[in-house]
Design a protein around this ligand. Structure first.
Ligand code: ZN
Length: 467
C-alpha cells in the first residue's frame, strides 16, 4: 500500500489577499501556484490569534491560546511550555508510526512536541536589491530550505513522513519598516509600485475601540510609520511582495527536492500561514491587536495524494484549528480528546464542507507592555469583535462591506445582528471555558493620549520605553 506522506509549508505573516491563487494579479508566486494547481483552496480560513507564538502553539496543539496559556510573544508576559497533558500534532503522528520532522521557525511554546526539530540557524547572503534589505528572517529561510533539501535527498521513506518546512518570510517586512522609519525617501526600485488598497484611508477611526485607535502607541512598527506618505506605503507593499516572492523561490527548491525523491505522488502538500499582514489597509502595517480580514484571514491549501481538486475556492468557514483533526482524518488516525476544530478531510476527497456557524480568534498582548484582551467572532455574513478596554465593539457586514470600512456596532438598524453576535461570543466563551470577560486591560494613560489617528503619533511606542 502506498504511503500517505504529508509535507506542510508554513509561511509567516502572509495574508490570503497577497496570493495569485486568491485573486492577486500583482505578485508572482509560480511555486505556490504549483501547489495551488489541482488543489482544494479554502477561501475563508482564520487564525486563532494574529500573533506568531500564540497562533503556532494553538494550531500545533489544536487548542485556543487561552486553553494552553500561550497569550503573547514573551518579554513582559512570558509564556510557559504547553503542558504535556495536551496532545500535539507531532506526538499524535509519531505515536501512529510516522516519521515526524520539523525544519525552520519554531516559536511554538513547546507545541511542536513529537517532532524532531532541526535547530534554527541562518545563512547570510548579500542584499539582492538595495531597496529591499534582507535580515535574519530571510537568512533563516535559506538555512531551512537547505536543510529540507538535504533531508529529502537522503531520507529513506521506510515509514510515512510528516514534514514541516516552517519558513519565516514575508516576515522580513518588519525589519524593512525599521530601515524606513519615520519621514524618509524610499530607495527607488525598478519593480512597479502596487496600488494602495481601497481601504487605505481610515475614515471611520473615531468610531473604533480605543485599543484600535492607539495601535501606534502599543506597536513600535506602527509608530515607525508616523510621517509616511502614501508613496511610502506603496513601497511597503512592493517590499512585502518582494519578500513573498523570495519565500516562493525557497518553496520551489523544496518542491523540486520532493519531486526528485519519486515520492511526490505519495505525498499531500499543505500550504498555510500563521497569521496575515495589514498590507497598509487603514494605514496599518504588520499585525497587532486588531482582527481585520488582512491579519486574521490566511491561505489554507491542500494538494497532492488523493486530493480531489476543486475549480472554485471552498467558501465555508475554516480555522487553522482544523489542521490537526483534518490531518488525522486524512491519515486515518483517531483525533485525541480535547482537540478543537473540525475534521474537514472529507472536503479534500470531494465531499461537502460541514458548515460552521462561526470561527473565533483572540488577542491578549504582544509583549505585555500594553494588554488589550479582545475576541473575534466571524459568521458567514458578519464579523464581531469585543475588547475589554472601554467595552469596545465592532460589527461589520462582510457581504456588503468586505473591506470593513464602517463599524455598525452603534448603528440601531443592526441591533438584532449585534445581539446575535453577542450571543455567539457568549456561547464560544462558555464552550471553550474562556474567562475573557474577567480579564484586565492595561495601557498607561500616555499611550492613549494623542489626537486619534496613526499619523498623529509621535516618538516611540510602549515596547520601546526604557524601563
Ligand atoms: Zn500613538
Amino acid at each position: 500500500m502506498s504511503q500517505k506522506n504529508i509535507l506542510i509549508f508554513v509561511t509567516d505573516q502572509l495574508t490570503w489577499r497577497a496570493l495569485p491563487c486568491y485573486g492577486n494579479d500583482f505578485v508572482k508566486t509560480p511555486n505556490i501556484d504549483r501547489i495551488a494547481k489541482d488543489s482544494v483552496i479554502f477561501d475563508k480560513c482564520y487564525t486563532p490569534c494574529p500573533l506568531c507564538q500564540p497562533a503556532r502553539a494553538s494550531f500545533w496543539s489544536g487548542r485556543y491560546p487561552h486553553e494552553i496559556d500561550v497569550l503573547s510573544n514573551g518579554r513582559n508576559w512570558p509564556v510557559s511550555t504547553v503542558s504535556t497533558d495536551v496532545p500535539t500534532l507531532g506526538e499524535t503522528f509519531k505515536n501512529a508510526g510516522y516519521d515526524t520532522y520539523h525544519f525552520g521557525k519554531c516559536h511554538d511554546a513547546g507545541a511542536l512536541r513529537g517532532f524532531y526539530c532541526e535547530p534554527e540557524e541562518q545563512i547570510k547572503i548579500p542584499d539582492e536589491e538595495e531597496a529591499f534589505p534582507l535580515n535574519f528572517d530571510t537568512y533563516q529561510d535559506i538555512y531551512t530550505t537547505k536543510k529540507c533539501v538535504d533531508f529529502l535527498e537522503n531520507h529513506n521513506f521506510e515509514k510515512p513522513l510528516l514534514m514541516v518546512a516552517d519558513l519565516v518570510n514575508p516576515h522580513n517586512i518588519c525589519g524593512w519598516i525599521g530601515e524606513n522609519s519615520g519621514v524618509h525617501n524610499d530607495i527607488e526600485t525598478d519593480r512597479p509600485l502596487p496600488p494602495l488598497p481601497e481601504n487605505f484611508d481610515f475614515d471611520d477611526i473615531e468610531n473604533r475601540p480605543k485599543a484600535i485607535q492607539y495601535i501606534c502607541c502599543s506597536h513600535n512598527r506602527q509608530a515607525q510609520t508616523s510621517g509616511w506618505t502614501p508613496r511610502n506605503y506603496q513601497h511597503y507593499l512592493a517590499a512585502y511582495y518582494y519578500y513573498l516572492e523570495f519565500v516562493d523561490k525557497e518553496i520551489g527548491l523544496i518542491l523540486d527536492a520532493l519531486e526528485k525523491t519519486g515520492k511526490k505522488d505519495d505525498t499531500m502538500i499543505v500550504f498555510m500561514a500563521d497569521h496575515g499582514d495589514s498590507m497598509v489597509a487603514r494605514g496599518r502595517v504588520t499585525k497587532q491587536v486588531d482582527f481585520y480580514e488582512e491579519v486574521t484571514r490566511v491561505p489554507f491549501i491542500f494538494s497532492g495524494k488523493d486530493i480531489v481538486s476543486q475549480t472554485n475556492r471552498i467558501q465555508g468557514l475554516t480555522s487553522l484549528l482544523d489542521l490537526y483533526p483534518t490531518l488525522c482524518g486524512y491519515a486515518g488516525i483517531e483525533v485525541p480528546d480535547g482537540v478543537r476544530g473540525t475534521d474537514i478531510s472529507n472536503v479534500l476527497f470531494g465531499k461537502e464542507i460541514p458548515q460552521k456557524e462561526f470561527v473565533a480568534s483572540e488577542w491578549h498582548t504582544e509583549w505585555g507592555f500594553t494588554v488589550s484582551p479582545g475576541r473575534m467572532i466571524r459568521t458567514d455574513e458578519y464579523k464581531y469583535t469585543y475588547y475589554i478596554e472601554d467595552k469596545g465593539e465592532e460589527l461589520y457586514d462582510l457581504k456588503n462591506d468586505p473591506y470593513e470600512k464602517v463599524n455598525l456596532a452603534k448603528n440601531p438598524q443592526y441591533k438584532e445582528q449585534l445581539m446575535n453576535m453577542r450571543k455567539l461570543l457568549k456561547k464560544h466563551l462558555d464552550d471553550t471555558h474562556d474567562n475573557f470577560m474577567e480579564l484586565e486591560w492595561y495601557a498607561d494613560e500616555k499611550w492613549r493620549s494623542h489626537k486619534i489617528g496613526y499619523q498623529n503619533h509621535q516618538g516611540i511606542a510602549a515596547p520601546q520605553e526604557k524601563k
